[in-house]
Design a protein around this ligand. Sequence first.
Ligand code: ZN
Length: 87
Amino acid sequence: MKNLIQYAPCPQCGQSAAKKVSYTWWGGAVGPSMFTHVKCQSCGTQYNGKTGQSNQQNILIYFLVSMVISFCLCGGLVALNIILNNN
Ligand SMILES: [Zn+2]
């Protein structure tokens, strides 16, 4: 017995045969599960399985936020290095 989780129908073709995406280039393993990122098995469109809408905006925000966080972390390390070197 297999229990299929039902997702919202595909915004592109209307099929509800979607499969969860477990890993993406933009969000690793955390991002897609945060946004219920699913892929339509019929046409390959990736979208939000909860709302049935495109995840493009979420991806962009997630991508920008993770960029800013990693930038701040790198900047913080560089600043720490400068402070330590000045002593
Ligand atoms: Zn589709």
